[in-house]
Design a protein around this ligand. Structure first.
Ligand code: HEC
Length: 168
């Protein structure tokens, strides 16, 4: 009986230790910090560290749908922070990233547009970091881009977002 009890306590101890170790290790190994407002760091993040093609699509939108001008055929992806905010009907949380792929003529990827919410980055224009890449990931433009802001400002009340009115 004593032997059985001590074997049992060893088993419990080992199980608890392993469970504790897994708990300790997993978050540290899977957590990737958000990138700074730099085109290459952001591109690396959205293609390698947390690839956007594994994110959700904008709720209710499909792949390769007809976009409004100046876009052609588009697919819009949202990361978890953005998805949470959209569903909650609130302006997007810090760390929200929205990626829109544009397919010129509907077939060939021609541009990747990114809006990345960084609290404190650009308060007069909704704290968005803007970037546009070509199909090979080369930066076309990035930062507090006046051209992007100028047009998206029409949607200021909707957190500068066109895709869908979600801010309630
Ligand atoms: C002339 C207006 C205009 C300009 C300039 C413009 N956009 Fe947009 N953008 C749109 C419209 C319209 C949509 C929505 C397309 C749709 O879903 O039909 C959009 C969608 C987006 C989206 C998806 C999220 C959203 O707002 O719906 C991103 C990301 C984006 N644009 C980034 C950019 C970036 C980065 C630039 C600058 C390099 C830029 N845009 C310049 C009009 C513009």
């Amino acid at each position: 009986m004593k032997k059985l009890l001590s074997a049992l306590s060893v088993l419990i101890f080992v199980t608890a230790t392993v469970a504790y170790a897994i708990h300790q290790v997993t978050p540290a190994e899977t957590y990737v910090p958000f990138p700074g407002p730099h085109a290459e760091a952001v591109f690396k993040y959205i293609t390698a560290e947390d690839p956007y093609n594994r994110w959700d699509l904008w709720p209710g939108k499909g792949k390769l749908v007809k976009g409004r001008p100046p876009l052609d055929i588009i697919t819009t992806y949202v990361n978890d922070n953005a998805l949470y905010s959209i569903k909650a009907g609130k302006k997007t949380a810090n760390g929200s990233i929205i990626v829109t792929e544009n397919y010129a003529g509907g077939k060939k990827l021609s541009a990747v547009f990114v809006m990345y919410k960084i609290r404190g980055y650009n308060p007069p224009a909704g704290d968005w970091y803007w970037a546009q890449y070509d199909a090979n990931g080369k930066t076309v433009t990035e930062g507090k881009v006046g051209d992007c802001i100028g047009c998206h400002a029409k949607m200021k009340e909707n957190d500068y977002i066109f895709t869908d009115k979600f801010v309630r």
